[in-house]
Write a protein that binds this ligand. Sequence first.
Ligand SMILES: NC(=O)c1ccc[n+]([C@@H]2O[C@H](COP(=O)([O-])OP(=O)(O)OC[C@H]3O[C@@H](n4cnc5c(N)ncnc54)[C@H](OP(=O)(O)O)[C@@H]3O)[C@@H](O)[C@H]2O)c1
Length: 347
Amino acid sequence: MEALVCRKLGDPTVGVYDEKSPIEFSKNEKIPELNSPTAVRVRVKATSLNYANYLQILGKYQEKPPLPFIPGSDYSGIVDAVGPNVSNFRVGDTVCSFAALGSFAQFIVADQSDLFPVPKGCDLVAAGALPVAFGTSHVALVHRAQLSSGQVLVVLGAAGGVGLAAVQIGKVLGATVIAVARGAEKVKFLKSLGVDHVVDLSNENVITSVKEFLKARKLKGVDVLYDPVGGKLTKESMKLLNWGAQILVIGFASGEVPVIPANIALVKNWTVHGLYWGSYKIHRPGVLEDSIRELLSWMLKGLITIHISHTYGLSEANLAFSAIKDRKAIGKVMIAFDDVRSISPKL
Ligand SMILES: NC(=O)c1ccc[n+]([C@@H]2O[C@H](COP(=O)([O-])OP(=O)(O)OC[C@H]3O[C@@H](n4cnc5c(N)ncnc54)[C@H](OP(=O)(O)O)[C@@H]3O)[C@@H](O)[C@H]2O)c1
């Protein structure tokens, strides 16, 4: 089968046929076999690129698998084979899931308990982008912050994978949503989603812009800060927070881990939530499963839409990583296994 194999650590934006590339486009990988009576083999239709996949190949992610490995986490596809004790799925069913590794390949094997049926009427390629980005933002906003109608939510990195998911979930929950992003194209897109206010970091200061908006709406401040960026932007955004606000620490796309002063958290009664979504699989699997089921039902009802700005074939994976590295993605970047050219961007 075809697969992307990471043979050494390094920058995956180098062309896959270049000898400097850490990733190899292989056509000779062994198709994985069913490894238990409840195992299911899925023919992958699409798999999404997450910032974490990029960091992992660079060797900068918290989880460092031994080399060589097939990267990739969330995916969708069609059931290709089932073990003798599989009761939930049949060959031909459409499913989505996520794995620690291995989805940048034509086939992947998972236990039936790790798979979610993709309802008829849901776009199967889009479903491959749902688990990590929307799952993270849903667990953060619904389970951890318990964001409610009328609260003010600020989303940093709002046009990125997890950011755009947080923006949409915030709107579903009835919050006033302020999106922070850089560049006219991202701002235009966020406005088209009906976001209450968008800050364009290419020509605006986050503090001034948000304060003006809050004043115009007669709102006191921000109740929940969703932060996948870190660095200076976190420091500035903290100046906008209400008494009793919540900070969701999601990631550090800026490359800088921010300092959240404990003395200010004490005086202002802030709650700081560190969130590592993947670890829910081990510690609170029920929360994670309920979350994905609810998201799939929202997707079917049209409450959320998965926006895919770039789609590539496996042999063009370096271009997919470049879209993430160069901050070109609006929503998700996908690798699709067939009819790539027929998958039009949803922008
Ligand atoms: N905690 C968890 O469980 C969890 C789960 C998923 C992701 N994450 C983390 O969340 C972060 C975002 O992930 P993602 O998949 O949404 O990534 P993404 O799609 O690439 O989005 C990241 C956004 O961050 C902004 N950004 C600011 N400074 C940046 C920089 N120096 N380089 C790149 N982007 C920068 C960009 O927005 P502008 O260009 O508009 O500024 C970009 O849209 C990553 O750190 C990832 O590891 C954490």
